[in-house]
Ligand binder design. Structure first.
Ligand code: G1P
Length: 288
């Protein structure tokens, strides 16, 4: 199974991050030195994916622009002799191929993925949610690609979440047939607390086969009146064609302020120059 494409839906409004996202896409909010979406694209690139399909709307074009050249800025940096940063800026334009698809109405994550049908055609593809960040060696989408290729099946990434957070996620029910690998039987999107079949939550990482489009075209609007990807995945689960893999590594939900701020600190702490002054400053601010 050869997989080169990753669909990244980015057309949604970042209502959880308002007012910061009134005119800036939530995917463009910076985490330390890079916008959120660059981390997602880098994860895809490091996993060997080469073609990024952004599912976008007419107001958020700066996302595509970020992965393109900026000749005016590059000229200025070149003339100023700032060659290190010039190299870094250019590298962003050379990471991946960008394919842009318009989602003309925001009808849900499932609808966004369905918009990629004409681009993906008969090929398997990955899906990554633009504000879910995963870090760690061989974690995130690369883990799912390995599993999908070896089992020749669609795979969703899951993590265990606390009981009082299950209502924020799609939750799976299945049996563990190898450590961290599940055959999915049922899925439920954002179950009420106390009703979830497990605490295994889908994070924004999927590897799908083209037959998902068949199910997406048939599902009715679900939770929130939206076309839910989770509901279409139930079609695969019914046919025993869906696996879940427990993801390793560190995850941050960039749409949650505590997680967003923690991610900033996490990266700054990994920066040689910043670590010490940052820790000192944080200690000054923290009452203890
Ligand atoms: C979407 C999916 C949900 C999944 C979540 C992960 O929900 O519908 O199943 O658990 O992403 O981030 P959203 O956060 O878009 O409401």
């Amino acid at each position: 199974m050869q997989i080169t494409k990753v669909v990244i839906p980015v057309a949604g409004w970042g209502t959880r991050s308002l007012p910061a996202t009134k005119n800036i896409p939530k995917e463009m909010l910076p985490i330390f030195k890079k916008p959120v979406v660059q981390y997602v694209v880098e994860e895809a690139m490091n996993a060997g994916l080469t073609d990024v399909v952004f599912i976008n709307n007419q107001y958020k074009k700066i996302i595509e622009d970020h992965f393109d050249y900026n000749p005016s800025l590059e000229d200025t940096l070149e003339r100023a002799g700032k060659l290190d940063i010039l190299k870094e800026v250019r590298a962003v334009a050379e990471m991946v191929n960008i394919i842009s698809v318009r989602q003309k109405k925001q009808l849900g994550l499932g609808h966004a993925v369905l918009c990629a049908k004409e681009v993906c055609k008969n090929d398997p593809f990955a899906v990554m949610v633009g504000d879910d960040l995963m870090f760690g060696m061989h974690s995130g989408i690369s883990q799912l690609l390995d599993a999908a290729k070896s089992e020749n099946m669609a795979v969703v990434g899951v993590i265990e979440v606390p009981e009082d957070k299950v209502n924020r996620y799609g939750i799976i029910q299945g049996e563990e047939y190898a450590p961290g690998m599940y055959r999915v039987r049922n899925l439920v999107e954002k179950p009420a607390i106390g009703t979830a079949p497990s605490r295994l939550a889908i994070v924004g990482r999927y590897v799908l086969l083209p037959e998902i489009f068949h199910h997406l075209e048939r599902v009715k609007p679900g939770v929130g009146g939206e076309i839910q990807l989770t509901d279409a995945l139930q079609g695969l689960a019914n046919d025993k064609k869906l696996l879940a893999v427990r993801l390793r590594g560190q995850r941050f939900d960039a749409g949650d302020w505590v997680e967003y701020l923690t991610a900033n600190i996490y990266f700054a702490l990994h920066d040689e120059e910043l670590r010490e002054p940052l820790v000192r400053r944080l200690r000054e601010l923290m009452p203890c």
